[in-house]
Design a protein around this ligand. Sequence first.
Ligand SMILES: Nc1ncnc2c1ncn2[C@@H]1O[C@H](COP(=O)(O)OP(=O)(O)OP(=O)(O)O)[C@@H](O)[C@H]1O
Ligand SMILES: Nc1nc2c(c(=O)[nH]1)N[C@H]1C(S)=C(S)[C@@H](COP(=O)(O)O)O[C@H]1N2
Length: 191
Amino acid sequence: MTPTDQNQPDADQPDAAKIGIVTVSDRASRGEYEDLGGPAIDAYLRDVLTSPWKPIARVIPDDRETIEATLQQLCEIEDCCLVVTTGGTGPSQRDVTPEATEAVCDRMMPGFGELMRKVSLEKVPTAILSRQTAGLLGDSLIVNLPGKPKAIAECLDAVLPAIPYCIDLMHGPRLETNPERIRAFRPKAQS
Ligand SMILES: Nc1ncnc2c1ncn2[C@@H]1O[C@H](COP(=O)(O)OP(=O)(O)OP(=O)(O)O)[C@@H](O)[C@H]1O
Ligand SMILES: Nc1nc2c(c(=O)[nH]1)N[C@H]1C(S)=C(S)[C@@H](COP(=O)(O)O)O[C@H]1N2
């Protein structure tokens, strides 16, 4: 069995970590183009995570109320330990994912956006146009990614090593990764 085979989400396991995947796009939500962002996040996590997990996916328009309600539902009702969004982080008037994230979060985690912009700038000069952020809603971590599907791996490769320990600190499920792909860094375990 290859590492990828082992990494399939296992919805049947009661202890499977729930992970929200939210595509924020007017056109994808209207079916004007196929959503490639949500499936790219799902594929990325299948590739990297080795512990059981269950995706809960949503495709919604760039509407602040809808984004806030979706994030709250995934964190507070579905009990997702992690919610990853894609889209709506840029400068256009309809881009309100960071505002919605900040509105629902108790505390912000600015290092995520800082690091993702830093690594993204090595790929594309327009990385500075993304206002992507991250924050904590109760015991859930919300992370914004830009809408371009290729940005998903570029950004997650940078921040994923710190996410399992962040979720440990929130008393969430223990996320394990394939170390050949991404090594989760747990400071206490390393010392
Ligand atoms: N979920 C997605 N699936 C496929 N392609 C996407 C997705 N989101 C963005 N893109 C691509 O990246 C480009 C830039 O993304 P951006 O978020 O600026 O789109 P957008 O024009 O704001 O989308 P929309 O108006 O539908 O919300 C889009 O024109 C599209 O080609
Ligand atoms: N890694 C990465 N970050 C990126 C990009 C990209 O292609 N790769 N695109 C940028 C562009 S062109 C824009 S406009 C902003 C915001 O995108 P969004 O509104 O789709 O979230 O993300 C930026 N960040």
